[in-house]
Design a protein around this ligand. Structure first.
Ligand code: 2HA
Ligand code: ZN
Length: 267
């Protein structure tokens, strides 16, 4: 494996370790995909398929010939942190844009949330985005908050989380999209996620977890981490017995202006 590709895979392994340490990756929870097409060399292109063609479940026209590193289904993040190529695999999307083959290193079947992940990558390519990584994980505090309908209205949680600590607004400036509860692994969940990822870098699946996109896996992790930190601050204040004041609208607006942040969701 060439140096650049190895560097991307090592980042995935590092993030997998963080997910486990944070308690966001019980058993086989969560999944990661990274579009590694730009790092694939002739040697990898020449690799024979290790599997029969496997169906994605949907047609994704912009993924023809693309390569992805995918966490393996049923694999544990804590194991992936040590052995990324034994707990994940590299797949190539076939020319019909509906199926894929596994090409390296071993016959490890990709993540159960593959339809969601690949639909997101298809959209990112179509829209000319520089984002290459997608992370699904189970951040405890955000999932806990998703159990209250009061937080699930459009941008209700976004504004609350932004108001907890200035960095949230600065480093998760698009806020948090919401997807109502939908069956894990389904194409319906993929479709609902796609609607939200057009407007948000991080999306919360009600009573399940988050999906984040970023330039690389570290970026997707950071955005999730920043939002979950804000959720943790909110819950710590509540557990001390009071409703946190939150920064005022004027204080948040000042940050948006000074840091030239996107203002599609003004404070
Ligand atoms: O990969 O988290 O949502 C296990 C999951 C599915
Ligand atoms: Zn999950």
């Amino acid at each position: 494996m060439n140096y650049e590709l190895n560097k991307e895979i090592q980042k995935v392994a590092e993030v997998a370790g963080y997910l486990w340490q944070k308690g966001w990756a019980e058993r086989n929870g969560g999944n990661i995909t990274v579009n590694i097409t730009e790092f694939v060399d002739d040697e990898m292109r020449a690799l024979p398929a290790l599997s029969e063609p496997l169906q994605i479940g949907t047609t994704l026209p912009h993924l023809k010939g693309c390569y992805f590193y995918c966490k393996g289904t049923g694999k544990r993040m804590r194991d992936l942190a040590r052995e990324p190529m034994q707990n994940g695999s590299i797949i190539r999307i076939l020319d019909d844009c509906k199926s894929y083959v596994i090409v390296a290193d071993e016959l490890v079947m990709p993540t159960s949330e593959l339809p969601s992940h690949l639909s997101i990558h298809d959209y990112l390519i179509a829209s000319g985005s520089s984002y290459k990584a997608s992370l699904h994980t189970h951040p405890i505090e955000l999932v806990a908050m998703s159990h209250s309908k009061a937080f699930l209205g459009k941008d209700v949680l976004t504004r609350l989380l932004w108001s907890m600590i200035p960095e949230t607004l600065a480093f998760a400036p698009l806020g948090l999209g919401i997807v109502p509860y939908t069956l894990p692994g389904s194409v319906a969940l993929a479709d609902a996620t796609l609607q939200q990822i057009r407007d948000y870098d991080v999306v919360l699946w009600e009573k399940h977890g988050t999906v984040a996109v970023g330039t690389d896996i570290m970026d997707a992790f950071d955005q999730t981490d920043v939002l979950n930190k804000a959720a943790t601050i909110y819950l710590r204040a509540k557990s001390m017995g009071f409703e946190p004041d939150g920064m005022t609208d004027a204080q948040m607006k000042e940050i948006q202006e000074v840091f030239h942040l996107p203002t599609s969701r003004p404070c």
